[in-house]
Design a protein around this ligand. Structure first.
Ligand code: SF4
Length: 71
């Protein structure tokens, strides 16, 4: 009987109150981040696919207001 290793996928979320709409995260990682109707960034998906984890983490690190939270 095999047991799942329980690798936790990166999850990201944008706090719209902190987002200043600079567009950096969307430029860096458009597969994960998009604009909302309020011209704020938002995550398109709750769980970041493995192949997009690096750009998602770079976007988190590059956000000037630390509006993107890793969960
Ligand atoms: Fe908003 Fe940060 Fe993305 Fe800029 S990088 S659009 S401040 S969430």
């Amino acid at each position: 009987m095999s047991r799942r290793t329980g690798v936790k996928r990166l999850q990201v979320e944008v706090d719209p109150d902190l987002c200043i709409s600079c567009g950096t995260c969307i430029d860096m990682c458009p597969e994960i981040f998009t604009w909302t109707d309020d011209d704020k960034a938002a995550a398109l998906t709750n769980e970041v696919p493995e192949d997009l984890e690096e750009c998602a983490r770079e976007a988190v690190a590059s956000c000037p207001t630390e509006a993107i939270k890793e969960m």
